[in-house]
Design a protein around this ligand. Structure first.
Ligand code: NAP
Length: 259
């Protein structure tokens, strides 16, 4: 299926590794020119080289922290008017809410709610003027299935989800859609470190902790970043212009509700 986005430009935040990288690669495979943002330059340049070699599209890199105003300004200077925006950043740490300070809450809101809203604010009106735009926010399955220890993540992402629910109904008349992708359990560095931490805490092997987690997924396996990226690319397709304000779980069936 030709997604109809060849030659368009995408700004993909937090994309040197993991799910963001998967989205950038999938978009590049469709002929989209991508601007990658991450803090660490080494992994960023490695990923950029791999995407260039695999696809031949133009890949621009911005070594910056997307959670800061300066980082966002650098990203937008490199790609001022993207056709496609993928919002992503690292997730807040797990913990007990009794230990979370006001600063912990503000950091989570900055990273997982306010940074994506600022990026949308900077890019959505030019998309509306050009009558094409696709915005995808990487949130979390925890938005639909909250987990107490991930309260910082869930709360901040729900704030973004509520905001998007309203705005996305305004932009769609201009062929600008805004949707959220909700990852379940995908094989990325973050997940490896989370599972490793849990294994250590419980005194079991990494393999055992991973197998126990996978046993809760109807698909019987962990997801990978490339299939997550493929879903993102499709949501960014010309064919997906009638889909907006949705929260799409990519979780191998882990969420068991009817809706
Ligand atoms: P990952 O493998 O750790 O990759 C994170 C990527 O984001 C890296 O490229 C990292 O590069 C970049 N990054 C992090 N903070 C950044 C910042 N402030 N500014 C710019 N770039 C930044 O993580 P992941 O598993 O792909 O997760 C991506 C998001 O999905 C996270 O918010 C995570 O909480 C959420 N999520 C993931 C899963 C899962 O199963 N993987 C499940 C639910 C939710 P630098 O560190 O060099 O900046």
């Amino acid at each position: 299926m030709d997604l109809g986005i060849k030659g368009k430009s995408a700004l993909v935040c937090a994309s040197s590794k993991g799910l963001g990288r998967g989205c950038a690669l999938a978009l590049a495979r469709e002929g989209v020119h991508v601007t990658l943002v991450a803090r660490g330059a080494e992994a960023l340049e490695k990923t950029a080289a791999e995407i260039r070699a695999a696809t031949g599209v133009t890949v621009i890199t911005v070594a910056a922290d997307i959670v800061t105003a300066a980082g966002r300004a650098a990203a937008l200077a490199a790609c001022p008017q993207p056709d496609i925006l993928v919002n992503n950043a690292g997730g807040p740490p797990p913990g007990d809410f009794r230990n979370w300070s006001r600063d912990d809450w503000l950091a989570a809101l900055d990273a997982n709610m306010l940074a994506p809203i600022e990026m949308i604010k900077a890019t959505v009106d030019p998309m509306i003027a050009r009558k094409f735009g696709r915005i995808v926010n990487i949130t979390s399955g925890a938005v639909k299935m909250p987990i107490d220890v991930l309260g910082l993540s869930t709360s901040a992402r729900l704030g973004l989800t509520g905001f998007v629910a309203g705005l996305s109904r305004k932009t769609v008349a201009h062929n600008v859609t805004i949707n959220n992708l909700l990852p379940g359990f995908h094989d990325t560095d973050r997940v490896k470190s989370v599972v490793g931490g849990q294994a250590k805490q419980r005194g079991v092997s990494y393999e055992q902790a991973l197998a126990e987690r996978i046993a809760t997924i109807p698909a019987g396996r962990i997801g990978d970043a490339e299939e997550f990226g493929a879903a993102c690319a499709w949501l960014c397709s010309t064919q997906a212009g009638f889909i907006t304000g949705q929260n799409w779980l990519i979780d191998g069936g882990a969420y068991s509700g009817t809706f």
